[in-house]
Design a protein around this ligand. Structure first.
Ligand code: HEC
Ligand code: HEC
Length: 414
């Protein structure tokens, strides 16, 4: 394997050079460490459209999905859109512990960045596709509190939306039943969210420099971040769950965050345990009639899940890309800063992990400096600025059904 060979030679060349080793505070990485670091890239990751969604990767779909994402008229009261809680300038979350649609929801709003690389959706994995997940807040009484009839009527009656819908799917929404239009709306919203991808970060530049064996470029990565990285992949065990270029294994774990909502012992968030039940009972999962992939390859994982006791209190491992912009943290939003997240892992109360507890986790007892270094590393996973947003200046001109499409149907995936 060329990757492993490169890692080995770089490890030796980079870290045994006398001039570097003489420098005070230089962080040495072993060959194993270098190959672990390389496993967190390259970024961006390759991506191909979602086969379960026939308009995934389609420019008309992404454009229509973007309009609907910000459209409060999808909610029956005309007061809430997806953009109420997923705000671009906040890295597609909202900066608050928990937000309200019609009423307060139980969980912290996760970012929508890099959604196209996830395998389960919602923090409890209640959906197995991005389009399936995108339909859930539309009909949730706490969020948009809408329904298939309202959504379908709205899309049919608005001439511009109806035109865009037909251009995307090749069929007028007037010729589909309400439920099919609701699914169509979920699919175009997914196509839009698939375009939200984070940029290259200081960590990626360091990682790529290591891969190239470029000392000069690698030395630009701050010392404290390097020391923090060493903890992350080493004694911190962080990369056991926060793996790969996304810094998540895409699965569910219990890390001892409270299972009670608002500290009320009667309001329990069972996490993955309930999520699996919701997933399996949904008509809109990948085993259902709306999966567009004739081979149904993506549905295999869904046939394998079953709610077991150990799933109680498990939540999805979040990606750590742009983590500096996604606070407050955890499914409950109960941890405010990254310093406090690190303290959580450092002082971990193992009694709070449930019976089948996580053998990987133990209190790390980090020194103040180690904690600060780990935070410096986490901050190096941020893009250097909050993601820019072009507002409501849509890419495509007013819709007309005659004449050629304004842009190529499919945009190129990076
Ligand atoms: C009231 C605030 C609110 C509104 C409005 C809202 N969301 Fe969310 N969103 C959340 C919360 C909270 C979660 C976590 C849900 C869970 O774990 O069950 C979430 C989760 C998601 C996820 C899954 C993220 C992940 O990491 O798996 C997607 C995708 C998503 N929302 C898209 C949307 C779309 C599309 C809309 C509009 C139709 C929308 N959201 C409206 C708060 C909101
Ligand atoms: C056993 C798997 C596991 C290990 C090991 C682990 N994490 Fe996590 N991490 C999770 C899970 C699961 C969550 C989300 C928990 C929740 O929402 O209640 C999380 C959440 C986080 C968050 C909050 C992200 C957000 O957007 O809310 C940060 C930051 C984080 N971890 C960093 C670390 C660091 C640093 C380490 C090493 C000291 C580490 N993790 C070790 C599984 C793990």
């Amino acid at each position: 394997m060329t990757g492993a060979l490169a890692a080995g030679s770089i490890g030796a060349a980079w870290f045994t050079g006398a001039s570097l080793a003489d420098e005070p505070g230089v962080v040495e990485f072993s060959e194993t460490e270098v190959s672990r670091i390389l496993s967190h890239g390259p970024w961006p990751m390759p991506w191909s459209p979602d086969k379960s969604n026939r308009v995934s990767g389609n420019a008309h779909a992404a454009d229509l999905g973007e309009r609907l994402f910000f459209d409060e008229k999808l909610s029956v009261k005309g007061n809430v859109s997806c953009g109420t809680c997923h705000i671009a300038e906040y890295n597609w979350t909202d900066g608050v512990k928990r937000n309200s649609g019609q009423t307060l929801v139980d969980r912290n709003t996760p970012t929508l960045m890099n959604m196209r690389h996830h395998r389960w959706f919602a923090l409890d994995g209640a959906a197995d596709s991005l389009w399936g997940q995108s339909m859930r807040p539309i009909v949730d009484p706490r969020e948009l509190a809408s329904n298939a009839a309202h959504v379908a009527q709205y899309v049919r009656k608005d001439a511009d939306l109806a035109c865009r819908y037909e251009k995307t799917f090749g069929v007028s929404p007037a010729r589909q039943d309400d439920e099919a239009v609701l699914v169509g709306v979920g699919k175009v919203m997914a196509a839009f969210q698939e375009t939200l991808v984070t940029d290259v970060t200081p960590f990626d530049q360091f990682r790529d420099a290591l891969a190239r064996g470029d000392h000069a470029a690698a030395s630009l990565y701050p010392r404290d971040a390097r020391r923090g990285l060493k903890i992350f992949i080493g004694k911190g065990n962080c990369s056991t769950c926060h793996t790969g270029p996304m810094f998540t294994n895409g699965e569910f774990h219990d890390i001892g965050v409270s299972h009670f909502i608002d500290g009320d012992s009667k309001k329990v968030d069972a996490g993955r345990f309930e999520g699996i039940k919701k997933l399996l009972s949904s008509k809109f999962n990948l085993l259902g009639p709306y999966n567009d992939d004739p081979a149904r390859a993506g549905a295999v994982k869904t046939t394998h899940v079953k709610a077991e006791h150990r799933n109680f209190g498990e939540f999805k491992v979040p990606s750590l890309r742009n983590v500096g912009y996604t606070g407050p943290y955890m499914h409950s939003g109960e941890i405010v800063t990254l310093d406090q997240v690190v303290r959580h892992y450092s002082e971990l109360n193992v009694d709070r992990l449930h019976a089948d507890g996580e053998s990987i986790l133990r209190p790390l007892k980090l020194s103040q400096r180690e904690s600060a270094d780990l935070v410096a590393f986490l901050q190096s996973l941020n893009m250097d600025r909050a993601p820019p947003w072009r507002g409501k200046e849509y890419a495509l001109p007013p819709c007309t059904l005659d004449g050629k499409a304004a842009v190529e149907d499919n945009y190129a995936a990076p």
